[in-house]
Design a protein around this ligand. Structure first.
Ligand SMILES: [Zn+2]
Length: 196
């Protein structure tokens, strides 16, 4: 599916996403995952899966559909996942690390969704699963922390090594984390898309 098609699905889903989110007194959120599965392996637990070649595989025509991607945070929220990272460790993301194409496609998708849903690309609205797990958006009453800063049960996208360099982070510098990199790239793409 193309970004243009996903954009129109997002616009059609906007109202009901907003209604669900407002039941919880917040804006719509976008959660960024990796599947911890194989390249080419897609899951219905995410609204959008992104394959190793950067292609988009959308599991529903309604992005407000509540599916279970992010523990206790699924209403009025979109789950996006990179199909990768089977066997990843925090020292080495392994033989199925994210590809450069996947990271670029996720960043473009973040930009497209933020524009379509009229939300800013910041940590209140766009979080990696690891950040959400540690309640880094300041919403602490949903669940105990279980991310990289606490129990490390989930640490999706905390590191962004690629298939070319699985053991270090070619994107992040100065100690920035995967979520910072993806939001930074998302904001860059937002500017590009607004120019077009
Ligand atoms: Zn996840």
């Amino acid at each position: 599916m193309t970004l243009e098609e996903i954009k129109s699905i997002a616009e059609n889903s906007k109202e009901s996403l907003e209604r669900l989110a407002s039941n919880y007194g917040r804006d719509v959120k976008i959660y960024l995952h990796w599947s911890a599965g194989h390249y080419g392996q897609f899951f219905n637990d995410y609204h959008v899966n992104i394959d190793s070649d950067g292609s988009y595989h959308v599991t529903t025509n309604d992005l407000s559909e509540v599916i279970s991607h992010t523990y206790h945070r699924n209403s009025g929220a979109i789950g996006v996942s990179l199909a990768c990272c089977a066997g990843a460790t925090s020292n080495n993301l392994g033989s199925e690390a994210p590809t450069g194409a996947q990271i670029e496609s996720m960043s473009k998708l973040i930009a497209t969704l933020c524009i379509a849903l009229d939300i800013p690309c910041d940590k209140t609205h766009v979080l990696t699963h690891g950040e959400a797990a540690d309640n880094e958006d300041g919403i602490t009453n949903l669940h105990d922390p279980y991310g990289p800063k606490s129990t490390v049960e989930r640490w999706d996208l905390e590191f962004l090594g690629t298939s070319e360099s699985p053991s270090w982070n070619p994107y992040a510098t100065g100690g920035s984390r995967g979520g910072d990199v993806l939001r930074g790239k998302g904001n860059w793409y937002i500017k590009e898309l607004m120019k077009a």
